[in-house]
Design a protein around this ligand. Sequence first.
Ligand SMILES: Nc1c(NC[C@H](O)[C@H](O)[C@H](O)CO)[nH]c(=O)[nH]c1=O
Ligand SMILES: CC(=O)[C@@H](O)COP(=O)(O)O
Length: 494
Amino acid sequence: MSSIKGPSTNQYDGSSLRIAIVHARWNKVVIEALVAGAISKLKESGVKESNIVVQSVPGSYELPLACSKVIAGSQIQARSSATDLLGLHQPAGSNDPSSTTTDLPTAPFDAVIAIGVLIKGATMHFEYICDTVSHALMRVQLDTGIPVIFGVLTALTDDQALERAGIGRGENEGHNHGEDWGLAAVEMATRCRGWSAGSFSNYNLLYTTSITFAPIHACNPVRHNTRDEEKGATIDVEQNHVRFLGDLILNLWDCGGQDAFMDSYLSTQRSTIFSHAGVMIYVFDVESREMAKDLEYYRDCLDGLSQFSKDASVFLLVHKMDLVREGERSAVFQRKAAELDKASGDFPVKAWSSIVNTLIPNARNLNTHLRIFAEACSAMEVILFERATFLVIATSSSSDASDSVVTHSLDPKRYERTSELIKAFKQSCSRLREEFHSLEMELAEFTAVLDEMTKNTYVLVVVHNPVIETAAIKMNIRMARKKFEELQGDTLIS
Ligand SMILES: Nc1c(NC[C@H](O)[C@H](O)[C@H](O)CO)[nH]c(=O)[nH]c1=O
Ligand SMILES: CC(=O)[C@@H](O)COP(=O)(O)O
């Protein structure tokens, strides 16, 4: 009689995941089959070979500590080489540690599969290890918040173990449980990302990041491979991603500007691109001479969203505005905005400035608390930056209660400029192989301190009062950290 046992599997896209396998070396033949089974399913789910890291330990008893260290190590590694948006311009595979590639060479692990084979012997050894290891592995995943897949066989006989690795000696070869663990890892990694970002959508099929953006560069021709073209390949898409606030993933697809690429991309890749999208940022070139075609692609993308992600927000970015003569910019922009508004139909198109609020549900709350913090520090202004990208996520002068009298006289473009300056400085540090931690500036007009606020943010405090010491500002930041970790905890950090 066939068995009803076993998981029902959903399909998830593992292409943006980094996964570790930690295995024991006891009972080698069985271990090897299980590890191979897990790897095969990880790859089938789209996890790239370079994002599968395999480590071994002597026996199963060593698994929990090894998993815990591997998780922590990858998080430290990721933090010290945090990539930024500027890194997107680095060629994929560049050795520059600041480059962002889809291979996630230093991303933290999204899941760990612990594989061991315990076979009952003559003593109580087996019982103790089974019990301890299963409890400890559970503790590692609960303590770290990273899924640890329980790939430890606890078999009473050799045959039981062999059958569970799909290499049974009798009539029944059995089923390789390593395959199930590979799939479980991809599913749990994906779902945990989503849950951490407050996304509880019903993932029955496919695609998977917590928040997926799809900026389609309709009018941005990118290089394409002539040989592939000759062979009739129709897709030339550069995919990249950026981590934002730890758990949010910004997926970037830079599509070929040529119609053939675009057409094929919007048909064959449709469900992959538009499923589970939280936000679509569509980039229009203000200089484009083919507005009719651009709008056609844009409408096609809106259709894709209606089909696969009805609740997604759409943001439009009109770029290359700096190429328009200064006196004409406002009129050109208004014209473009009206055109795009018309093309957007029922989709509510939001202003760029509200992207942050869409991504970070408690951004408003952060603004309010930054305001309180600014008052406590007697600061002219306090700005909260996302750690990896240095994008501004909250400021003390952007709460609902209109800008304060003092700050509204400041340059409205200061956030953008500050962000660019810090990114440039951080890049210089990385070129010099120096880690960037904090920054202090003491000038005649003001003192500015940039320091870590939470594990995903940096804060900049600008004080005009010369009596206030830099050390006092730093102490205030230290004291505020716990509160800001709490404020972000609900939505930003797993
Ligand atoms: N008996 C099995 C072991 N025993 C070794 C322990 O796991 C451990 O390595 C040792 O006690 C040193 O700390 N390991 C297995 O993986 N499977 C067994 O059946
Ligand atoms: C160190 C061991 O693994 C050993 O003492 C276990 O013995 P058994 O598997 O016969 O209980």
